[in-house]
Design a protein around this ligand. Structure first.
Ligand SMILES: C[S@@+](CC[C@H](N)C(=O)[O-])C[C@H]1O[C@@H](n2cnc3c(N)ncnc32)[C@H](O)[C@@H]1O
Length: 285
């Protein structure tokens, strides 16, 4: 049963954050100029002094963890394609991320479906049309909070080939929702992925590590994201063990919880001076 009213299901206020991250990917050589928006440039200019302050006092900025999560997700998804034979990827809340564009260049055999709220999906659709991507790369409207109907996760997955191994990816999405709400979404994803010969889910997650040496700066960044997107940005789960247990209860198997620090050498990631703050989860059904 739904625990949300229809007003609470309109989370389009969050979409501004995609302009910010879209510009971060571009500024760090991960994207192309077409993915940049004026709002992204303005938001980045506004946050530059705050990022510099956080780097000085906490040894890492908001962008440090954005770049860590983005690169590690790319790596985990690439492994699914190369080693597990995944042929379909559905990136939900893709925003202005260039991941689909980059992965389709690397793996032309992939079907890549990007999904987001209707406004952002329309914007991304026009952008990809302008770039000229192929028919295997499409954009659809999806609201993760809809349990049924045209914009639900079930409807999105129903448009795919049920004979192909499939992965769902989310990035920068799950901490915009209270844990009981996003857990219902995860359970729907796990359920929907069971229709495929193999189903995987990859996401980032910012945990609530209260003993982190920079916890007061984490709380500051949490307030900043909440202010920027006019809502809450709750941290989820106090430990890697709790993350593993939660995802297992929600219907996933083989839950991996990755610390970006374990990829510092392999992926040439920007480093945080203290412990990292983001986790990458990869699981199967
Ligand atoms: C921080 S942005 C992340 C964008 C992209 N994944 C990235 O990392 O650059 C959050 C995204 O979530 C999308 N979003 C917000 N609420 C959503 C919902 N209920 N269903 C699907 N997407 C949603 C926003 O439109 C936005 O594109």
């Amino acid at each position: 049963m739904s625990i949300l009213s229809s007003d609470a299901k309109d989370t389009s206020r969050i979409s501004i954050s995609a302009h910010y991250t879209g510009y971060v990917w571009y500024r760090h050589g991960l994207s192309a100029p077409d993915f940049v928006t004026v709002a992204g440039r303005v938001a980045n200019a506004a946050l530059t002094p705050i990022n510099a302050f956080l780097r000085k006092v906490a040894g890492a900025s908001i962008d440090t963890f954005l770049l860590q999560r983005h690169n590690v997700i790319d790596h985990l998804v690439s492994q699914l394609v190369e080693e597990q034979g995944v042929e379909q990827i559905v990136e939900i809340a893709a925003g202005l991320s260039p991941r689909g564009y980059r992965l389709r260049q690397k793996y032309p055999q992939l079907t890549y479906i990007e999904a987001d709220l209707p406004g952002m999906a329309a914007r991304k659709g026009s952008l990809l049309k302008k770039i000229g991507v192929g028919a295997q790369h499409q954009v659809r409207a999806c609201n993760i909070l809809e349990e049924s109907g045209d914009e639900s996760i079930a409807a999105l997955l129903a448009t795919l080939d049920p004979g192909k191994k499939t992965a769902i990816v989310t990035e920068g999405l799950v901490n915009y929702f209270e844990l009981p709400v996003i857990r219902q979404v995860w359970a729907r994803m796990a359920d929907g992925l069971k229709a495929f010969p193999a189903g995987y889910y990859v996401t980032d997650l910012y945990p609530d590590f209260a003993d982190h040496p920079s916890y007061k700066y984490v709380k500051f960044a949490q307030g900043l994201v909440g202010f920027f997107t006019r809502g809450d940005w709750p941290l989820h789960y106090p430990s890697d063990e709790a993350i593993r247990a939660g995802f297992s209860e929600d219907g996933f198997a083989g839950v991996e919880v990755h610390d970006p620090a374990s990829f510092y050498e392999q992926l040439n990631l920007p480093r945080a001076k203290t412990a990292t703050l983001v986790r990458l989860i990869r699981c199967a059904v």
